[in-house]
Design a binder for this molecule. Structure first.
Ligand SMILES: *Cc1c(COP(=O)(O)O)cnc(C)c1O
Length: 395
């Protein structure tokens, strides 16, 4: 089916860059050796993994032997959390935030069920954490693991990760950050931001789905998660996904080359979208700290209507966006991130996220600004709720 696609869901996944696809192709063809093999052919392929590791190390400003390739950022997050808990046992306290990705929240909740002390720091109405609360939770701890995301996938809110890491260090804590949403958008430098562990995912910045990176600072106390062979210095068993590792390294190289230009090009698109929505749709609120936000992300609540309904109608028009709802259970649970920010009941269900990439254009923004306001108006006309029909008193 040939239809126009306006893809504004880049925080969910991105298109593989043509340069990345090109770099991967030989490894689906003649370069199929196993890097662990003793023969020259294994070594030949292994050299590309070595080179990829060096490129990722340059991207993070770390040493190549601090870079471990994984299957995805979910695995990297689990590795960080499980690995520290396995090292310290029950004496470890975990401090995280209420707005983390489920790949951090769920392993944290598992630890809690197993008897660890686990604290999810609340956020304020702008989605920011209180560093004094973090400090208070770390006081008197013996072995703490701080896991705080660098930027939020739903709102684009950027946390002061350098301060978080510095405070954590004052208390001797180990620090992990889920940096999935900053890769390719904000420079990552683990010499300036003293985290011990960091997760990124290929498919969020134009490499394929199914490859991630786990950064582990030398000397950090963390047990391996995936046990088996000796790959990745024994820290992550399993035969290396060579094509994807090469692709991820290429995506890092592209990100470094284009990051500054991209942010400059993307932000005006996002800002025009935001201003256009605010100007044409009444009863709308922008979610998240606008002063500390990724240049590509816009999260808006349309009061009195369902985000799912908006997404569904936009999808019919070829526009791909997302809501934060967890529809998996069949219930329309509102996003845990928007809820944690204390967004009013009338707006919590009507939140949708627009997330842009280098492949979006101003024409696409104009198309969305043309199509969205009538969709919102129609849904509002159908809604039993409204500013003069308060849902909290609706019988
Ligand atoms: C997408 C995402 C993940 C999960 O990444 P996968 O590679 O798909 O497992 C984790 N954290 C954040 C913030 C994300 O946006």
């Amino acid at each position: 089916m040939d239809r126009k696609i306006v893809y504004f869901d880049n925080n969910a996944t991105t298109q593989v860059a043509p340069e990345v696809r090109e770099a991967m192709l030989p490894f689906f063809g003649e370069l199929y050796g196993n890097p662990s093999s003793m023969h020259f052919f294994g070594g030949q392929v292994g050299a590309y993994v070595t080179k990829a590791r060096e490129e990722v190390a340059a991207f993070l400003n770390c040493e190549p032997d601090e870079v471990y390739f994984t299957s995805c950022a979910t695995e990297s997050d689990n590795t960080a959390i499980r690995g520290c808990a396995d090292w310290w046992g029950k004496s470890m306290k975990m401090v995280t935030t209420a707005v983390e990705h489920p790949a951090v929240l769920q392993p944290g909740r598992r630890l809690k069920a197993q008897g660890h002390e686990v604290v999810e720091l609340p956020v304020d109405a702008t989605g920011q954490i209180d560093l004094e609360r973090l400090r208070a939770e770390l006081k008197g701890t013996q072995h703490a693991l701080v896991s705080v995301m660098w930027a939020n996938n739903e709102t684009g809110v950027v946390f002061p990760i350098r301060e978080v890491a510095e405070i954590a260090k004052e208390y001797g804590a180990t620090v992990h950050t889920d940096a999935v949403q900053v890769a390719g958008k904000i420079p990552i430098d683990v010499k300036k931001v003293p985290v011990d562990m960091l997760s990124i995912s290929g498919h969020k910045f134009h490499a394929p789905k199914g490859v991630g990176v786990f950064y582990l600072r030398r000397g950090t106390k963390c047990k391996p998660f995936m046990l088996g062979g000796h790959q990745e210095s024994g820290r992550r068993a399993g035969t290396e996904n060579v094509p994807y590792i090469v692709g991820l390294a290429k995506a890092c190289e592209l990100a470094t080359a284009h990051m500054a230009d991209e942010a400059r090009a993307l932000q005006p698109l996002r800002d025009k979208l935001e201003a256009g929505i605010l100007a044409t749709c009444p009863n709308v609120r922008v979610n998240g700290d606008r002063a500390h936000r990724l240049p590509n992300t816009l999260n808006v609540s349309f009061e009195y209507i369902e985000g799912e309904a908006i997404a569904y109608h936009l999808s019919d028009l070829g526009i791909c966006i997302s809501t934060g709802s967890a529809c998996a259970s069949g219930s329309l649970d509102p996003s845990h991130v928007i809820r944690a920010m204390g967004v009013p009941f009338t707006a919590v269900h009507g939140s949708i996220r627009f997330s842009l990439s280098r492949y979006n254009t101003m024409e696409e923004v104009d198309y969305v600004l043309e199509k969205l306001p009538p969709v919102v108006k129609n849904l509002r006309d159908l809604s039993p709720f409204g500013p003069d029909r308060d849902p909290t008193t609706f019988q």
